[in-house]
Design a protein around this ligand. Sequence first.
Ligand SMILES: NC(=O)c1ccc[n+]([C@@H]2O[C@H](COP(=O)([O-])OP(=O)(O)OC[C@H]3O[C@@H](n4cnc5c(N)ncnc54)[C@H](OP(=O)(O)O)[C@@H]3O)[C@@H](O)[C@H]2O)c1
Length: 212
Amino acid sequence: MSTRVAVVTGSNKGIGLATVRALCKEFEGDVYLTARNVLKDSKSTKETNVLFVFHLQILVCVRLCVLGRVVNVSSMNCVSGLKKCSPDLQQRFRNENITEEELVELMQRFVDEAKKGEHKERGWTDGAYTVSKIGLTVLSVIHARRLTKERPNDGILLNACCPGWVRTDMAGPTAPKSPDEGAVTPVYLALLPSGAKEPHGKYLSDKEVQPW
Ligand SMILES: NC(=O)c1ccc[n+]([C@@H]2O[C@H](COP(=O)([O-])OP(=O)(O)OC[C@H]3O[C@@H](n4cnc5c(N)ncnc54)[C@H](OP(=O)(O)O)[C@@H]3O)[C@@H](O)[C@H]2O)c1
């Protein structure tokens, strides 16, 4: 019999580590803690420039994968940030037929316009982090749609979620939620029961599907 496996990226600390802790209690299988740095405090956001953060968030998002369940950890910033974008950008990001190529083109457009300091007048919200999370949420929608179309019998459920505002190195000590509380929604999505058909391709917070 094959062993069930859970893989949690970015799990040397913060919400990722709390997710590993919860899965070790609740998941019947092996849990892999994976991280870029072995030292807990080796990643300062302050040392990382805005555009690099943008790139890493879209490419190396904290992603949690449990046998047939994929969870991308996005942020509530994506919802509030999208509302601040121009109607044209909102329409393009919300288009249910948007392709990966179109999304990449939009992300590149943000980078180019931000480099020139023109992004706000071109209809973008401020902040590379926010735009990266919009991109991650839309990418989750696209990947879920492709799974449904290209691998309909695999039963894989893929979603994006917000953990809430959580006390971690990234968010600081004043946030209301503990890392264990922040892990609740990611773990819920990772452990959706066998045979579940939804949620899939959605954005959730507090275990509830949110309008996107
Ligand atoms: N905390 C909040 O309030 C909050 C709210 C909304 C969303 N989120 C999201 O939740 C996720 C986890 O954040 P957190 O609050 O738990 O932060 P954290 O405690 O600072 O942990 C961040 C994790 O991401 C890893 N990481 C950062 N840059 C990386 C890179 N370039 N390549 C590979 N790994 C990288 C870090 O690894 P290293 O140790 O190697 O740097 C660390 O494991 C993030 O996606 C964040 O945007 C957090």
